[in-house]
Design a protein around this ligand. Structure first.
Ligand SMILES: NC(=O)c1ccc[n+]([C@@H]2O[C@H](COP(=O)([O-])OP(=O)(O)OC[C@H]3O[C@@H](n4cnc5c(N)ncnc54)[C@H](OP(=O)(O)O)[C@@H]3O)[C@@H](O)[C@H]2O)c1
Length: 248
């Protein structure tokens, strides 16, 4: 799958799954914007990894939970590369706790970072994509948005919301040759999942038919496929990349 000359924004690309997505898109020829909020040095390392491999990338700061910063991010990408072909809404966070002890701020932070960010960036990107009569929006959901998870009612609600948003937008913009899909990873070891106990990790592995955790790159390959010309007739799907953990 080649993405030569296509411009792409990956939100939350300073580490973890987002950085793997940015690196894989760039390796296939895409011109990449590595978005970050607070981890400037890590974002610059991702850019350096891409450029030293012969790819093209720039880092752009922006808190995608805020509409004005999402607008500025999309504008900066178009200023840099002249167009926007691929938007990967990857930025996310967790505030895990049982509902009994969940604070309003735990709910709001996860909703803003994991769900409102998808609205913000998609809203900013959709007009230029409609004008181009082409585009790819790929939203990183989670298997938890399909199955639910005790201690993650905020996160599961946000990730289920991402799926509803994906399917609705796919129906709105299909006539303009814009596809909108979701990727739902299972357990991928990153900073986000580091907070889980060994017991929680072992329980998840036991329930995974492939008997192992996934790698960030394995999520990235699914994203690159959905971003490619080869996936032109695929829209509104939720592609699980989870070793069989949640079979739909
Ligand atoms: N790891 C898993 O097992 C797993 C499973 C299913 C789904 N996912 C989803 O995959 C995505 C990536 O997760 P990950 O595991 O790679 O997490 P991670 O290692 O914690 O990385 C999160 C990224 O999001 C960025 N970010 C957070 N808030 C942001 C904001 N307001 N604006 C811009 N960037 C922001 C962070 O950058 P800064 O530090 O610069 O803020 C960081 O680059 C998330 O949507 C997550 O929910 C992960």
């Amino acid at each position: 799958m080649q993405l030569t000359g296509k411009s792409a924004i990956v939100t939350g690309a300073s580490r973890g799954i987002g950085s793997a997505i940015a690196i894989d898109l760039a390796a296939r020829g895409a011109l990449v914007v590595v978005n970050y909020n607070s981890s400037a040095a890590s974002a610059q390392e991702v850019v350096a990894t891409i450029t030293s491999a012969g790819g093209k990338a720039i880092a752009i700061k922006g808190d995608v939970s805020k509409l004005d910063e999402a607008n500025a991010l999309v504008k900066a990408a178009i200023d840099a590369y002249g167009r926007l072909d691929i938007l990967v809404n990857n930025a996310g966070t967790t505030r895990d706790t049982l509902l009994m002890t969940m604070k309003e701020d735990d709910w709001n932070t996860v909703m803003d970072t994991d769900l409102k960010s998808v609205f913000n960036c998609s809203k900013a990107a959709i007009r230029p994509m409609i004008r181009q009569r082409s585009g790819r929006i790929i939203n990183i959901s989670s298997v938890v948005g399909l199955s639910g998870q005790a201690g993650q009612s905020n996160y599961a609600a946000a990730k289920a919301g991402v799926i509803g948003f994906t399917k609705s937008l796919a129906r709105e913009v299909g006539s303009r040759s814009i596809t909108v899909n979701a990727v739902a990873p299972g357990f991928i070891p990153t900073a986000l999942t580091n907070v889980l106990t060994n017991e929680q990790k072992e329980a998840t592995m036991k329930m995974t038919p492939l008997g192992r955790f996934g790698k960030p790159e394995e999520v990235a390959y699914a994203v690159s496929f959905l971003a490619s010309d080869e996936a032109a007739f695929i829209t509104g799907v939720v592609l699980t990349v989870d070793g069989g953990l949640v079979m739909q």
